[in-house]
Write a protein that binds this ligand. Sequence first.
Ligand code: SF4
Length: 238
Amino acid sequence: MASPVTLRVFRWRAGEAEGLAEYRVAVAADTTVLDALVEIQRAQDPTLAFRYACRVGMCGSCAVVVNGRERWACRTRLASLGPGPVSVRPLYHFPLLRDLVVDMTPFAAKLRSVDAALVPREEAEPYARVSGLSHERREIDQAIECIGCGMCVSACTMVGHNERFPGPAALNRVLTLELDHRDAGRAARWRVLLGDDALARCHGQGNCTEVCPMGLSPADSIRRLRRLALSRLLGLSG
Ligand code: SF4
């Protein structure tokens, strides 16, 4: 049976003061935060802006902060949040476009800042395959599942403190490249990783890992990169 829940939703548009708008939505046991936002937009306030695409927990585009924690709206059931009003606000550490919609440009910029794209070795085959059963692939199995939702970046206090810090998602991606024999971009990447604003900055609290909806551990990826850095500095690897 549907019962009403109060949602306090962050509202802001250019030229206006930010604030929280309160809505009452009738919810059933399986109503998600995204369902409630869609219902608000359809029945109460068509000006409410939020982002979503797949609706089934695959794309990560509905990432928001619900009751103080980063979550995907489409997979968060209101009933799981306990009694009381539910707060919904946009991700932290991204420029706000409107209401719950943020500009994801810094996410891509952070990937670029650590050259987080494969640089193919000259001698590599055009379609070099890495077997799913190989040790090399199993080493990065978890880390390659990143969907680029930005929740870890929002949860990372170091990203908020130092805008040059690449953040958990970019460093997680770098680990996958470091362990990929097809990649030839290590030298340039390590110059950044060993600088003042990258690996040395992570405080290891693991907020990123706590909120990752895919169950990845960017904190572990960073720890593994640090071990690789040590081997490199000791001359134990190239
Ligand atoms: S590592 Fe997890 S939380 Fe971070 S962007 Fe990827 S999927 Fe999202």
